[in-house]
Ligand binder design. Structure first.
Ligand code: SF4
Length: 350
């Protein structure tokens, strides 16, 4: 089996150099021309489709790791609700609901360093059932993996595994001390070895430099990662990030553009924090990225399916969903119903 770095590079080369990527982030390029340039690549590989991902947090808290951005890390004191692995039936029901809400992919996430054998068997059973009975694409994010566990998930029909690099190798020690950047690369190698698609991205705003961000974009390119979530750091209660960067919508959109231009044919996802950091310019992000999360994140709320699908349609894009989802029914039920229109307008108290 080819190693990750031997794996045949996507024929699609990056359209910019590291220096050009840095200049985009430094604001040395015309903003709208940069968005336009990224949009050309976006249209080429994903036309006007937007993939909707829905997260299911199936095990929360009590994690022995110390990832500084995470509300679930040891000693986080974040006040989140801790719970152990959800029963298989409950996860299956969550998948059904996600499908009804137009999910293109159902992203199952567990807290913890990595799954033990009992968890691997239970998760493999549930993943197999969801993909067979609901025909829904599943992505799993369960921490550090070795090749034996990766092979078990492959056999269960898992086609994508999420394991973010989160930041650059040189900055990694600033956000986590209980495992290393190399540990993360080893997990991606194991997933690649099992021929499972890799989803791996970044969290920007954790005190990194613009060069760190450029490094991550090109590292993911070298690893031929097919799905890249771009998360914007949410300063959750109890986080341990020393000097969070101040982000603004323009910088966030330039970062999305850099990842698109460096990884033209990869799925670029507007991840956690879009509501708070892109604010009124979220829809502009759809000209660069071709997927996003709806219905919130692991422990933080986010825009729901209704608001997000409304934004996608208003911006001239269409949700890319799996076969059964009827956009028309969803629109009639959730968007254009009389109650919804009325709810939009509240009478002023004169
Ligand atoms: S990101 Fe994952 S591994 Fe890190 S502290 Fe949070 S739950 Fe644990």
């Amino acid at each position: 089996m080819q190693t990750l770095s031997q794996k045949m590079q996507s024929e699609i080369a990056s359209t910019i150099s590291k220096q050009e990527a840095l200049e985009i982030l430094q604001g040395k390029t015309n903003f709208l021309e940069t968005i336009q340039k990224a949009n050309v690549e976006r249209q080429k590989y994903f036309s006007n489709k937007v993939r909707i991902h829905i997260l299911d947090n199936i095990k929360n808290g009590h994690c022995p790791e110390d990832c500084g951005y995470c509300a679930q890390r040891k000693n986080a004191n974040s006040g989140i609700e801790n719970y152990s692995l959800k029963p298989s039936e409950e996860i299956f029901e969550d998948a059904k609901k996600a499908k009804e809400n137009g999910a293109y992919r159902f992203c199952v996430v567990t807290a913890g360093t990595g799954p033990n054998d009992k968890y691997v068997d239970s998760l493999a059973f549930t993943i197999e059932r969801i993909s067979k009975e609901l025909g829904l694409k599943v992505c799993l994010s369960a921490g550090l993996l070795d090749s034996t566990k990766a092979e078990k998930f492959k056999a269960a029909g898992l086609d994508r595994y999420n394991h973010n690099l989160n930041t650059s190798e040189q900055h990694y020690g600033e956000i986590c001390t209980t495992h290393t950047f190399k540990d993360r690369l080893n997990t991606l190698e194991a997933v690649n070895g099992a021929e499972i698609g890799i989803c791996s991205g970044i969290i920007v705003g954790m005190g990194e430099t613009l060069s760190d961000i450029v490094e991550v974009a090109f590292t993911l390119k070298r690893l031929n990662v097919i799905s890249i979530p771009i998360n914007f750091f949410i300063p959750v209660a109890g986080h341990a990030i020393k000097n969070p960067n101040l982000l603004n919508p323009e910088l966030c959109l330039r970062i999305l553009s850099v990842f698109r231009l460096v990884n033209p044919d990869s799925e670029i996802r507007i991840g956690a924090g879009r509501e708070g950091h892109l604010r009124s310019l979220q829809s502009l992000g759809l000209y660069v990225a071709n997927s996003l999360f709806v219905s919130g994140y692991l422990n933080v709320m986010g825009d729901d399916a209704k608001e997000t699908i409304q934004m996608i349609l208003d911006t001239g894009f269409v949700p890319e969903t799996d076969g059964d989802f009827s956009l028309e029914d969803f629109m009639n039920e959730h968007l254009y119903s009389k109650e919804n229109i009325e709810a939009m307008y509240k009478y002023k108290k004169n």
